[in-house]
Design a binder for this molecule. Structure first.
Ligand code: BTN
Length: 334
């Protein structure tokens, strides 16, 4: 939420808390510390932003919750329960890439927890230089700035942290339990529902900030994906048969990210790894791992608890430690 919309956020928060009852203009003006005329102007602005607010001269204002809520920074901010993640939200109807915008803001000194959200992306970035399909009106594209103050060699820990938070959130909204594909693809019934792109700005011994870029296929229908993606992509809508409120999903995701970030800061990497392994279902399966200079095929033995490296036993019996690459899960056993 940009600071200039703080009053609208507070009004929507109060109207939501009031459920279906009316809140008087006087009560809103007292709560916000502004005149009733100013309240009325903020109500008008909120209406322009897509909120359906009813007004009765004798009673005051009421949020019409049966109308579709808009997906914007005010709607997300008014539902947030976090201390710092998403407390500074920069929402855009369209961006090239939320990661690129977050990177720019990070360089300008944006505070930890700053979250960029776009309704659509024209140049959504995936891992390994791929493109991330980002049509409007359907999904979540968000990038969060973290400033963990760790050396670059530990930045990979945040990859696992983000995967746990996304998997945990998807689980809340899906009838099917998600799994993670190493290191941080989130799958439902073997098809990708969410992807994470971590990027960092650092010097040799210190990370300045990390951008956790998260894309979740929420309300998109599989027929809207390009042909080449249809066999491997899915969405919450495809699994549940109903629309998920994107703002509610975003608030749950930010709470989960903040919870696991605190765990990481207080207790280190191990609890994250344990939680991540709870979603990992590739042990014992034959995998092919492609990295920029090699292809490894073998049976997945698990991951290294210290750094999350993937452990693969090849046909020759060697145990390979993979720290980056793209995994294809083939079948059970060798
Ligand atoms: C992957 O390849 O699995 C990673 C996909 C990450 C996509 C998200 S959408 C929000 C953020 N902005 C981007 O440009 N990419 C990430």
């Amino acid at each position: 939420m940009q600071a200039k919309e703080a009053a609208e956020v507070e009004i929507i928060r109060l109207l939501k808390a009031g459920k279906d009852s009316y809140i008087s203009g006087q009560a809103l003006s007292a709560a916000l510390g502004v005149s009733r005329t100013a309240v009325w102007k903020h109500i008008e602005k909120a209406r322009e932003m897509g909120f359906s607010i009813e007004a009765l001269p004798s009673k005051g204002y009421r949020l019409n919750t049966s109308a579709d809520a808009p997906f914007n920074g005010i709607e997300v901010s008014s539902g947030l329960e976090t201390g710092f993640i998403g407390r500074n939200i920069c929402f855009y109807p369209s961006l090239d890439s939320t990661n690129m915008k977050a990177f720019e803001l990070g360089r300008q000194g944006a505070p930890e927890g700053t979250a960029v959200i776009a309704d659509s992306q024209t140049g959504g970035k995936g891992r390994l230089g791929r493109r991330w399909e980002s049509p409007a009106g359907a999904n979540l594209y968000t990038s969060i700035i973290l400033r963990p103050g760790i050396p670059p060699r530990h930045a990979h820990n945040l990859t696992f942290l983000s995967a746990v938070a996304v998997a945990e959130t998807v689980e809340r909204f899906s009838p099917v339990r998600p799994t993670v594909k190493w290191p941080n693809d989130i799958l439902l019934d073997g098809k990708k529902v969410a992807g994470i792109l971590m990027e960092m700005d650092s010097e040799p011994d210190r990370v300045h900030f990390v951008v956790a870029g998260i894309g979740v296929n929420i309300n998109i229908k599989v027929t809207a994906f390009p042909d080449r993606l249809r066999p491997m992509a899915t969405s919450l809508y495809e699994k549940s048969g109903k629309e998920t409120n994107r703002a509610v999903f975003t608030c749950v995701l930010y709470s989960s990210l903040e919870k696991w970030y605190k765990v990481y800061r207080e207790k280190g990497f191990l609890p994250l790894m344990e939680a991540w392994k709870g979603f990992f279902a590739s042990v014992g399966k034959t995998v092919t791992v492609r990295s920029f200079d090699s292809v490894i095929e073998g049976v997945c033995l698990g991951v290294d608890d210290d750094d999350g490296a993937l452990l693969v036993k090849t046909r020759a019996g060697a145990i390979e430690r993979v720290v980056s690459g793209d995994v294809e899960i083939k079948r059970d056993g060798l």
